[in-house]
Design a protein around this ligand. Structure first.
Ligand code: HEC
Ligand code: HEC
Length: 289
């Protein structure tokens, strides 16, 4: 390739000396200032990569030792320190005292909402509305164990049938059919009787036979009229609120094989201030007593 540098007669600019079939290339280099800025950015990036963690490798650190997590630490500490006086107050107060103090109450409701979303919503629903399969609504006034501050707090602290806490809530209902305590027909009759408690029985004779079985086997926990018993967590059977379904098939399953809802204990997992905030929050969901 010929490399004859010459001045282009039209633009007055030198050519590079390259020529293809009579076409010549003008030599118009990048402006110097642009080029130096470009080199500077390259140099800057090398220095940057040396100082800060920039390689996509777990645990990679730059010469400065800076990390994003380390940088947020003091901010989190400051945040915690700012909250601590209020948390100390919440720890020392009873839920009733918290609810009566507007400032503590506002803090507890906000904190309780977040703690509920993190720990409870998976079972009890985002708004505490409950879920099918034995997860009770916490937003109504139908309580298994009671809706007072003390009762709610005890339930949260110790949980239900979890084998974690000696003070956990809930007795075990016998498995009447599975363990041969009642025959299948008796279970069906008893289910019919339970339906009659809410005026839904379709077989009066069966319901009457079931009433006999109920009186002998069930009233000790569920009460004479199926009104339930909070000491045992035996649900009310004469209302329309069901943990496991109120149709005949679900009732027969509940009676024959029994159910045993489990809730973890939170006393050992959450800060006492958080348990208090949750208590006030749940109490305020609508059904607090
Ligand atoms: C693994 C699922 C699960 C989680 C998580 C859970 N619960 Fe429960 N909770 C249950 C079940 C199941 C019951 C009902 C137990 C029964 O059948 O007696 C219950 C019952 C309750 C009750 C008693 C309601 C009543 O009617 O007396 C309260 C109060 C409660 N939970 C609050 C909470 C709070 C607050 C949290 C979060 C810190 C929480 N639960 C987390 C499963 C859960
Ligand atoms: C030792 C006490 C005990 C006895 C006796 C008992 N139950 Fe229960 N029953 C419970 C408890 C506690 C629960 C709640 C289980 C749960 O929450 O997981 C329950 C739940 C139920 C449910 C489900 C309620 C719902 O909301 O879904 C039905 C129905 C029921 N029992 C009917 C009966 C019948 C009928 C008998 C008699 C044949 C009986 N129970 C005897 C304690 C008892």
């Amino acid at each position: 390739m010929p490399t004859k540098i010459e001045k282009d007669s039209i633009t007055g600019t030198n050519t590079t000396g390259h020529e293809w079939d009579g076409l010549k290339e003008l030599n118009t280099p990048l402006p110097k200032w642009w080029l130096y800025v470009f080199y500077a950015t390259i140099a800057f990036s090398i220095v940057w990569m040396a100082i800060y963690p920039s390689l996509p490798v777990t645990g990679a650190r730059g010469l400065s030792g800076w990390t994003a997590r380390g940088a947020i630490g003091p901010a989190l500490e400051a945040e915690k320190a700012a909250r601590e006086p209020m948390l100390a107050k919440l720890r020392a107060a009873t839920p009733a005292q918290i609810a009566a103090d507007p400032e503590m109450r506002a803090f507890a409701l906000a904190g309780g909402r977040i703690a509920f979303a993190n720990n409870c919503a998976g079972c009890h629903g985002a708004g505490g509305q409950g879920a099918p399969g034995g997860f009770p609504s916490l937003a109504d006034d139908d309580w298994l164990y009671g809706g007072s501050f003390d009762a709610i707090q005890h339930t949260i602290r110790h949980g239900v049938r979890n084998g974690e806490s000696d003070e956990a809530r809930g007795v075990a209902m016998p498995r009447f059919q599975a363990d041969g305590l009642l025959k299948a027909e008796q279970v069906a009759d008893t289910a019919e009787y339970v339906l009659s408690l809410t005026g839904r029985a379709t077989d009066a004779a069966a319901a009457q036979r079931g009433g006999q079985v109920f009186a002998e086997n069930c009233v000790s926990c569920h009460g004479e009229k199926g009104e339930g018993n909070r000491d045992m967590g035996a649900p009310r059977l004469n209302d329309q609120v069901w943990l496991y379904g109120g149709d005949k098939a679900s009732l027969m399953r509940s009676i024959g094989w029994s159910r045993a809802g489990v809730m973890p204990s939170w006393g050992g997992r959450l800060d006492p201030a958080t348990v208090n905030m949750l208590t006030v929050y749940v109490h305020a969901l609508g059904g607090g007593e």
